[in-house]
Design a protein around this ligand. Structure first.
Ligand SMILES: [Zn+2]
Ligand SMILES: [Zn+2]
Length: 107
């Protein structure tokens, strides 16, 4: 884990450069953090997917069998991700078409 020198927020790795999730400052990746990232990579898939701000739901299939917790809307885009080992059920990720709220559901 690496923290921003400017504001102290957590930084994330983007193509080998650490970028502050708060203020956008960049730093060279420190080697200790790099090793930890590699060794835990296989266990962090779910977190990476869930927090990915670029996840694009538009154009994905629509489910009308849902209710948004935020606004009560009944339509959401969804994607299905196999986040754990293959013998566990996949996780469905939803994004409300009305307010953009995201959630996930274990089937
Ligand atoms: Zn910062
Ligand atoms: Zn909503």
């Amino acid at each position: 884990m690496q923290f921003c020198d400017d504001c102290g927020s957590m930084m994330r790795n983007e193509d080998g450069v650490m970028v502050c999730t708060n203020c956008g400052a960049t730093q060279a990746r420190d080697e200790e953090a790099a090793e930890q990232f590699v060794s835990t990579e296989s266990q962090t898939d779910a977190d990476v997917i869930e927090s990915d701000p670029d996840a694009n739901f538009e154009g994905k299939p629509t489910s009308t069998d849902v209710t948004c917790d935020e606004c009560g809307h009944g339509e959401a885009w969804y994607t299905i991700k196999q986040t754990a080992s293959a013998d566990e059920p996949p996780t469905r990720f939803f994004k409300c078409k009305e307010c953009g709220y995201r959630w996930r559901e274990y089937s």
